[in-house]
Ligand binder design. Structure first.
Ligand SMILES: Cc1ncc(COP(=O)(O)O)c(C=O)c1O
Length: 386
């Protein structure tokens, strides 16, 4: 199996597993206990959080460890919008967000919030899939409590102009939340520099364990108030009750540090592997069309590829090429057999969306593997077309 689905999840790096292992059955104390076994876990968790804070450019006390990006998005959006001091009643997001953001907006809409969903540049434009900044500026008003825009899209890899968005939000006194799930570990993410108020991430997208994520609440520029969604023991500054997961916290910190140390080298490596895949498929398959931003030009994640095929459903290609793991649309919404809402938001019709596939390359892919994968993909495409 050649794994080319690194936007759905990544293989946990063996170095991350090694760092986590002692924290299960050797050093198993509860980090909230007062005895030495608890205290050693507490120190290890604190050190891991310091390391995360350094890599994300934020103070350590702004980091909340969660179960993943879905929870982080809930805590950020529901927590900020339903805080008792929050009097504004309008919220803004983008049509191509992940369901873990869009569905939370639907919940708030049912509770009486006014919601604006801003469109993105359309298929055929150079920055297809990137949020339209003029429309975003028009949408934000002095009743806007929060604006949520993902840093990088999980299907088409479109990268948002983060600093410009932060500026627009803060001019109107709105909070800026970003689901940075696909950006953290792949791009240099400095939450202070881009001035994002709330930032969600999850370890399993950057070679860490599944089931551990984080939310950054505020940065050194501004204090941000959120209401906790889970109450109980009052852990994590009262923002998320429940025993912190030491192995997971050490895992996410180790994973991010490994990425941060080689961020630009990794991005370049992903780019060369992704480009090799695209060049061979684009040469062999007549009528193939890229979905999302231009392949070069900086608005697309370097490991991302999403395209549509002439006269073939993505699902059929997948079924005929079981030796390669890739995805038709987004794995996160694959439970529903609907066309991808991201591709629809680009202006693709149902048939174009249905004939689309997504590849994500990553750390454990090699050029040799890509040559083999291209060969197998082209062979199965040709046999299906016969
Ligand atoms: C952009 C984005 N947000 C949120 C999620 C949900 O992350 P998690 O599985 O950690 O809850 C995913 C992927 O699953 C994603 O790609």
């Amino acid at each position: 199996m050649i794994y080319l689905d690194n936007h759905a999840t990544t293989r946990c790096d063996p170095r991350v597993v090694d760092a986590m292992l002692p924290w299960f059955s050797e050093h198993y104390g509860n980090p909230h206990s007062g005895h030495p076994l608890g205290q050693e876990a507490k120190v290890a968790v604190e050190q891991a959080i310091e390391s995360l804070a350094e890599d994300l450019g934020v103070p350590a006390d702004s980091i909340v460890i969660t179960s993943g990006a879905t929870e982080s998005n809930h805590l950020a959006i529901l927590g900020a919008c339903t805080h008792p001091r929050q009097k504004r009643r309008h919220i803004v997001t983008v049509t191509t967000e992940h369901p873990a953001v869009l569905d939370v907006f639907d919940v708030l809409e049912k509770q009486g919030f006014r919601v604006t969903r801003v469109p993105v540049a359309q298929d055929g434009e150079a920055d297809a899939g990137v949020v339209d900044l003029n429309r975003l500026a028009d949408a934000i008003d002095d009743d806007t409590a929060l604006v949520s825009v993902m840093w990088a899209n999980n299907e088409i890899g479109a990268i948002a102009p983060m600093a410009e968005i932060a500026n627009l939000c803060h001019q109107s006194g709105a909070l800026f939340h970003s689901d940075a799930t696909q950006a953290v570990g792949r791009l240099s993410v400095d939450a202070k520099q881009v001035d994002v108020d709330l930032l969600s991430a999850t370890a399993h997208k950057f070679y860490g364990p599944k089931g551990t994520g984080l939310l950054v609440v505020g940065n050194s520029n501004r204090r941000v108030r959120i209401r906790p969604l889970m109450v109980g023991g009052g852990q994590q500054h009262g923002l998320r009750s429940g025993t912190v997961n030491p192995a997971g916290t050490i895992g996410i910190a180790t994973a991010l540090r490994l990425c941060s140390q080689r961020i630009s080298q990794n991005a370049e490596r992903d780019r060369s592997i992704r480009d090799a895949l695209w060049n061979s498929l684009n040469t062999a398959i007549e009528g193939i069309r890229l979905n999302g931003p231009a392949i070069s030009g900086g608005s697309r994640l370097t490991g991302n590829l999403n395209f549509r095929l002439p006269n073939l459903q993505g699902q059929a290609w997948m079924a005929a090429t079981t030796s390669i793991a890739f995805s038709s649309g987004s794995a996160c919404s694959a439970a529903e057999a609907k066309p991808s809402h991201v591709l629809s938001a680009l202006g693709l019709d149902d048939s174009q969306a249905g004939s689309s596939v997504r590849f994500g390359v990553g750390r454990f892919n090699s050029m040799d593997e890509i040559a083999l994968a291209s060969h197998q993909l082209i062979a199965s495409y040709r046999s299906l077309m016969e």
